[in-house]
Design a protein around this ligand. Sequence first.
Ligand code: FMN
Length: 186
Amino acid sequence: MLLLSIFGSPRRNGFSSRLHEELIIPFKERGFFIERVYAYQTDVKPCTGCGWCSEHPGCCINDGMTDIYRLIRSADIISISSPLYFSSFPSPLKAIMDRCQLIWEEGRRNKPVLKTAKGLFICAAGDEYKCMFDGVSMGIKHFYNAINTSYSPEDAILYPLSDSSSEISLEFIEKARIIGERYSAL
Ligand SMILES: Cc1cc2nc3c(=O)[nH]c(=O)nc-3n(C[C@H](O)[C@H](O)[C@H](O)COP(=O)(O)O)c2cc1C
């Protein structure tokens, strides 16, 4: 079984990455293969909306996405963590998501692919304000749907007020472990 974990933060020791590592622990304990992708270390160019993938298989940009497409196609579980940047995703993570338009186009051209993977989401934000996670919550739901991955929004880990303390609240660490336990046991 393969867990693909995509880290959207440039900070390996930031809140979203630390919570992500907590979530991964039960998968490790249950013998999953774990592939970590650090969005800021990938060479993934933004989607140019050229339309190639609406007519042809594959993407006409040849870069770091080639490996990521392979991982996405073979993963049983995909976990994504992200900081909240201007109420949205940071650009390297968004570039990876946008380049998955190719998978959505494949589903549109051919008969729909069975949903085999399950998706998870963690987001950390510095502040706390009304509807702050609405943009990323909608975006991640749309993304997982486009790549034929089932996703339950109630299992998202949405961490506010990270800029107020360097300590992560134990309640959220516990939640990450519980979600990891549940999905690694499926
Ligand atoms: C470019 C940038 C934009 C940000 N935008 C927001 C924002 O819109 N809302 C918010 O609550 N925090 C915002 N923050 C604060 C981060 O979300 C916060 O520091 C978070 O902990 C970063 O995630 P990380 O710890 O996983 O790196 C922003 C930080 C940066 C650097």
